[in-house]
Each structure stands twice: as structure tokens, then as C-alpha cells.
Design a protein around this ligand. Structure first.
Ligand code: NAD
Length: 356
């Protein structure tokens, strides 16, 4: 089904409110999840809500929390998300980091114990809107491991994203690289499972360490694993993220000792936020970024239907299309959303009515 983005936001807000979120929290969760759908990242869109609600009901996600400063060294901040909604905690953490980067030129912040920070690009976009560059290394603890190290036959860590943004110029929007370090983000495996589709080759191995395209190996024991992108290179980036985000935040890395028997998704994040205008003249920044983008985009496409893009372009194109035509929500995901609504006392027909 196709649902208009404003209606989808209303559904998410209603479910979060019924679950017990107050103040801005329902709107922050709704805006963040629906924005992920709009930009084409259904893996991090409204399909996450049922898991958030079941974790909130089980006390694994604490509603109505705010970020806590653990350590303040001026340009270095250590923050604790107190297992609150990542949509609230991520925004508050970035606001603190941006304020410090305005004052000092740079802020290195680490954040622990945030419930799922969802699409990390959202936090980078917050920095870019303030004229800052930001880089993010993210790890996960809580749920079972998902990704095998290069040469490994079972999962040892999660899809540990890396994100970097360059602010817009007068002629170009932001350049935003925002990616999982696995071949595919786990949510994309969930979307394939819900649609009854096979995954691409080279993304998964089964419990015996053999290649498979069956998304169910990630959901039904004995579990398989996702593979890192780019063999040893993606694995290396993921391991750096695991340690930079997990160790320096104090939130810990994914190991048997830190694993829980539930569905908790606690993100750790190391973010480096800095002001490019403290390094080079603003006009130089803009003209060099524009010239570089023009230079790479002028490369003749191998396939005329697939021109060279820069990171961030696919998301912008999908957003324009989905804002106009609606957000596709598959039947299994919609059923999960209706069940989540029911679990917090809303009627399925009321929620279905909101989406129509
Ligand atoms: P993806 O593979 O769809 O895109 C990765 C990046 O590649 C994007 O920046 C995109 O703009 C760029 N890109 C795509 N096609 C391109 C092209 N032809 N030319 C140039 N650039 C191109 O993303 P993904 O790896 O599936 O990650 C999806 C989302 O999942 C991200 O927002 C990420 O932050 C999020 N994520 C979050 C967690 C978490 O624990 N919170 C974990 C993993 C991933």
C-alpha cells in the first residue's frame, strides 16, 4: 500500500503517545522514521516502530528520557542516552556537540546507551544545517551479533554504520555518505523477509558459513550472518567503529558478556563535529566542493541510464518521488504496525482510518 507521509506520521505519533511518550517525543520519533522511509531507507522507517513499542513495553527502551552529560572536557563530551529513544537522544547529543563546535571549532563526542539511533544520516544532517562537517562511527550492543568478520563463519558484531557529511554550497546540496558496513543494512533483510523475497548474492552466509540468499537465516535458528562490504576493508571499518564507538563511549562492544537475551538495540556513537570555516575560507570551501562534484559527475556513464551520482543523491530523488506519490508499506510491515497499535490499546480500525 502507498500511504501519504503526513498520514504515516500521524499513525506513528498516535502509537507512541498511546505507549506513553509525552511532549515532543512522539513527533520526533514519527518525523525521523517517516523521513527514513521518504529517503528510501525502509529498513530504518516505520517498520522499526513495532520493535520500539515491544521494547518500550518490556522496559528495554525507556520513554521520555534525555541525554545526560557524563564527562565534559570542553571540546570532548561523553554522553549517556539512558536507553531513551534514539530520535530524542541523537538530536540532543548533536545539539550539544554543535554548540561546542561553534565555540571551539571542534567537538568530539561519544554517546552510549542510546536506544536505536536509526538513520545516522539524520544526525549528520543536523550538523550540516549548522554549517558543520560531521563524521560518525556507530556500534551496537544488546541483541545478538549479526555480521561475520572477514574470513569468519559466524556473526560477531552488528552492521556498524559509518556516516560523513559535507554542508551544502550555493550550488550543491549536502554530500552525505551514510552506510552500514555490512553488504546490506539488517533492516533490508527484514524487508526482504517480509516481502518473501530472496536477498542478493554475496550478502549472507548460513549457519555453516556457506553463501545463501535466504533472509530467514537471520531470523530462524541456527542463525547465519551478514557479510561485511568490501571484504577486509569493510570489516576493518566495522571493527574501527566497534571500538571507537563502543570503547570510547563507555558503552562497551558486542561480546557474549554484553549480549542480552532480548531485542534491545543500544547504539554507541563517536561523532567528530567541526567547522570547515575555521580551516579554509568559506568561498574556497564552496568553490572546491562544487568543482569536485562537477568533475566526478562529468565522468561518462558506463550505462547511459545510470549517470554518476554523489552520496546523498539517491535519497533526494526518492524523497521527491515519495513526497508526491506516498510511502510504500508492505503488508507484513503494516500488519506489525497494526498489532503494535493494538498492544498499546488503539483499535486497528482507528489506525487504519488514519492512514487512508
Ligand atoms: P545504502 O547502501 O542505501 O546507501 C549507502 C550510501 O551510498 C548512501 O550515502 C547513499 O547516498 C550512497 N549511494 C547509494 N547509491 C549511490 C550511487 N550510485 N552513487 C553514489 N552514492 C550512492 O545504505 P545502507 O548501508 O543500507 O544504510 C541504510 C541506513 O541504515 C543508513 O541511514 C544508516 O545510517 C542506517 N544504519 C543504522 C544502524 C544503527 O545501528 N542505527 C545500523 C546500520 C545502518
Amino acid at each position: 500500500m502507498l500511504i501519504q507521509h503526513d498520514k504515516l506520521r500521524a499513525v506513528v505519533r498516535a502509537i507512541c503517545t498511546a505507549a506513553g511518550s509525552t511532549g515532543d517525543e512522539p513527533a520526533l520519533v514519527a518525523d525521523n522514521l517517516v523521513y527514513a522511509n521518504l529517503t528510501g531507507h525502509d529498513s530504518h522507517g516505520v517498520g522499526m516502530l513495532p520493535r520500539y513499542i515491544s521494547c518500550a513495553r518490556a522496559g528495554q527502551l525507556a520513554m521520555n528520557q534525555h541525554v545526560k552529560v557524563v564527562k565534559d572536557e570542553g571540546t570532548i563530551l561523553v554522553l549517556d542516552g539512558q536507553t531513551g529513544y534514539g530520535q530524542v537522544i541523537g538530536g540532543e547529543a548533536m545539539a550539544l556537540g554543535i554548540e561546542r563546535a561553534r565555540e571551539h571549532g571542534v567537538c568530539v563526542l561519544s554517546l552510549r546507551n542510546s536506544f536505536h539511533l536509526c538513520r545516522i544520516g539524520a544526525w549528520a544532517e543536523q550538523a550540516a544545517a549548522a554549517g558543520m562537517i560531521s563524521m560518525h562511527y556507530v556500534n551496537v550492543i544488546g541483541h545478538k551479533p549479526l555480521v561475520a568478520p572477514f574470513r569468519g563463519g559466524d556473526a560477531r558484531y552488528a552492521t556498524n554504520p559509518y556516516t560523513c557529511i559535507l554542508p551544502a554550497t550555493d550550488n550543491n546540496p549536502t554530500t552525505l555518505l551514510d552506510m552500514a558496513t555490512s553488504v546490506v543494512a539488517m533492516g533490508k533483510v527484514r524487508v526482504a523477509k517480509n516481502k518473501g523475497e530472496q536477498m542478493q548474492e554475496g550478502a549472507l552466509i548460513d549457519a555453516d558459513g556457506q553463501p545463501t540468499t535466504d533472509p530467514n537465516v537471520m531470523y530462524t535458528p541456527p542463525f547465519g550472518a551478514a557479510l561485511p562490504f568490501g571484504e577486509h576493508k569493510g570489516y576493518g571499518m566495522a571493527l574501527m567503529a566497534e571500538m571507537l564507538a563502543g570503547v570510547l563511549s563507555g558503552g562497551q562492544t558486542m561480546r557474549a558478556e554484553t549480549q542480552r537475551k532480548d531485542d534491545t538495540i543500544l547504539n554507541g556513537m563517536l561523532a567528530i563535529i567541526f567547522d570547515p570555516r575555521r580551516m579554509v575560507d568559506e568561498d574556497f570551501y564552496k568553490s572546491e566542493v562544487d568543482a569536485t562534484i562537477a568533475h566526478v559527475k562529468a565522468s561518462p556513464p558506463q550505462n547511459p541510464d545510470e549517470p554518476v551520482l554523489v552520496p546523498g543523491d539517491p535519497e533526494r530523488a526518492t524523497k521527491a518521488e515519495r513526497e508526491a506519490n506516498g510511502v510504500p508499506v508492505d503488508d507484513a510491515t503494516w500488519e506489525e504496525i497494526l498489532s503494535a497499535a493494538e498492544s498499546v490499546g488503539l483499535s486497528r480500525s482507528d489506525v487504519a482510518g488514519m492512514s487512508a
